[in-house]
Design a protein around this ligand. Structure first.
Ligand code: A3P
Length: 298
């Protein structure tokens, strides 16, 4: 097993790595990550952390393998079915090892790497890439609660400190702003990217499943799509041990569950009026050169 099997005694430190903030769990295996050999039919699911990665991973898993392998649905957690490429986390084989051993075609692979750090073989093989983006305010709130409960993450401290770190790009995988814009720009030169929004998924999951099928060239029958849409509802995924991460020892569900709220606009319960005004001002500056638009409420 390549994965780190050291006991978790303390939280990790944020390090500067290849121009972004990282923790060692995502850089320890760097040479193997960068040399990863993608295949033309691999599908890369890529997101800034907490943008809906698990949701889209599960939709894709059901679209491709929901009927083919029922035991896969009941015995393998989603993080094993859809390996997290750059991860070397405690108690789990490394993402590269899991991906290399995937018996499925296509292989569904997850990454949080910003576009400039994605292993080049994915681009060379013209792999299909699914990017999910979530508005900055809800993304920051979700990441804050995740870092509170995820003992492999740096200590988030209090909300105000965390929000400042988020604005400064000092969160794991670097600045949200560069991440969402980087993939948005990549679409100009690389057409095999399907760029999706968490807010659209909440608004109409069925429509987004249909769009995914169309991008992937799948002719999944309507009833099947409807069944999948029901199966990936927040409440269903929250109860499902294979999708709710309750099997991961490094996550403390007493602090906050992985499937927390799944809403658009929860930021309103966290941002003070002053924080919101300052955030909007900063956001305008950071996003002034992009056509990318987000919805912060529905
Ligand atoms: P919240 O913390 O706002 O609840 P990721 O999988 O990228 O880590 O993202 C996790 C976020 O997506 C969490 O957001 C989680 O609740 C939300 N999520 C996961 N599955 C969902 C679903 N089926 N419907 C709505 N939100 C979902």
């Amino acid at each position: 097993m390549e994965g780190s099997d050291l006991p978790l005694t303390s939280r990790s430190e944020l390090i500067e790595f290849e121009g972004i903030s990282m923790v060692h769990f995502f850089t320890d295996n760097w040479e193997n990550i960068q040399n990863f050999q993608a295949r033309p039919d691999d599908i890369l699911i890529t997101t800034y952390p907490k943008a809906g990665t698990t949701w889209v991973s599960y939709i894709l898993d059901l679209l491709y393998f929901g009927n083919a392998a029922p035991e896969r649905q009941t015995s393998q957690p989603i993080y094993i079915r859809v390996p997290f490429l750059e991860a070397t986390l405690p108690d789990i084989p490394s993402g590269v090892e899991l991906a290399d051993k995937l018996p499925t075609t296509p292989r569904l692979i997850k990454t949080h790497l910003p576009v400039q750090l994605v292993p080049k073989s994915f681009w060379e093989q013209n792999c299909r890439v699914i990017y999910v983006a979530r508005n900055a305010k809800d993304n920051a709130v979700s990441f804050f609660h995740f870092d509170r409960m995820n003992l492999t993450a740096p200590d988030p401290q209090d909300w105000n400190t965390y929000l400042q770190r988020f604005k400064d790009g000092k969160t794991v995988f670097g600045p949200w702003y560069d991440h969402v814009c980087g993939y948005w720009e990549k679409k100009q030169t690389y057409s095999n990217i399907h760029y999706m929004f968490f807010e659209d998924m909440v608004e109409d999951t069925g429509r987004e499943v249909e769009r995914l099928c169309s991008f992937l060239g799948l002719s999944t029958p309507t009833e099947e799509r409807e069944r999948i849409t029901k199966g990936v509802h927040f409440d269903t995924m929250k109860l499902n041990k294979m999708t709710n991460y309750s099997t991961v020892p490094a996550m403390d569900f007493k602090v906050s569950p992985f499937m927390r709220k799944g809403k658009v606009g929860d930021w309103k319960n966290h941002f003070t009026v002053a924080q919101n005004e300052q955030f909007d001002e900063h956001y305008k500056q950071k996003m002034k050169n992009t056509t990318l638009q987000f919805r912060t409420e529905l």
